[in-house]
Design a protein around this ligand. Structure first.
Ligand SMILES: O=C(O)CCC(=O)C(=O)O
Length: 257
């Protein structure tokens, strides 16, 4: 693994809290381009109800935005964010799933109550990182915008740790809410206990999500890359692009540069 990609402050934040905020991860120009691409994806998705996704009052999800537009595909290996993910996961990093979430205004309840994304029941191994998820904010997110809330340090707790039950996600003790301007990114260890708070604002909350794990894992069911994306990745000859889409030997491939 390449060293010194994270600053000391980033490394300490990620190890102790389990998450890291990357302000201005997208430049103004990138944000414009990504928003336009996400808008095109949303339009195509809305025009065809057979396209995979969630169409609910609490959440609209375009499944696999990387299939819709190369701008959204290339965010998988964004030059300021992907090196941080690779530093956290290791050189066998692979994409697990990817989504475009649109949380409607004034949701009656959250689309995602408190949970871990990953963890091995019966195995307490707090130093291992199985998944890292990156969120890119495409809209400004404030405390009441339906954003992610996390419990700092909860990735170190065993899977059977008893968190209190709360009716409103914001009532969970000790939470830290992810807020920021559009263009901000944050990444977190999938073992961190997290939720989305209710969107009490007048605005749709828009985020792109890229989830990463190891090449020996499987893509989340329903998020497997299409044959077209795999063929294009092979044709590109780009080892990062190929491995992120799952091409390589599960037990011996890894990125070398
Ligand atoms: O929408 C959010 O902020 C939370 C999403 C979530 O819980 C997840 O991706 O696992």
């Amino acid at each position: 693994m390449r060293g010194n990609v994270m600053t000391d402050a980033q490394r300490i934040a990620f190890e102790t809290n389990g998450f890291l905020v990357i302000p201005e991860a997208l430049t103004a120009g990138e944000l414009r381009e990504v928003r336009a691409a996400a808008g095109r994806a949303e339009q195509a998705w809305r025009a065809d109800s057979k396209r995979a996704g969630i169409r609910a009052d609490t959440l609209e999800e375009v499944i696999a935005p990387i299939e819709y537009d190369d701008v959204l595909l290339r965010l998988l290996w964004h030059p300021r964010v992907f090196p941080l993910v690779r530093a956290a996961i290791g050189d066998d990093v692979m994409m697990i799933d990817n989504s475009y979430y649109m949380t409607p205004p004034h949701t009656a309840k959250t689309h995602a109550d408190w949970h871990h994304d990953v963890g091995l029941r019966g195995v307490y191994h707090p130093m291992s990182i199985l998944m890292v998820k990156v969120f890119y904010l495409l809209s400004d997110v404030e405390l009441n915008s339906g954003g992610t809330a996390m419990i700092p340090g909860s990735h170190r707790l065993p899977m059977d740790f008893q968190f209190p039950h709360v009716d409103d996600p914001k009532q969970m003790p000790g939470i830290s809410q992810m807020t920021g301007k559009a263009g901000t990114a944050y990444m977190f260890n999938g073992r961190v206990y997290h939720a989305a708070v209710n969107n009490e604002s007048d605005h749709v909350r828009r985020v792109l999500i890229y989830n990463y794990g190891h090449l020996w894992m499987r893509h989340w069911p329903g998020y497997e890359p299409s044959q077209r994306l795999l063929d294009e990745a092979r044709a590109s000859g780009d080892p990062v692009r190929m491995q992120l889409l799952g091409l390589g030997h599960a037990y011996s491939s890894y990125l070398r540069n």
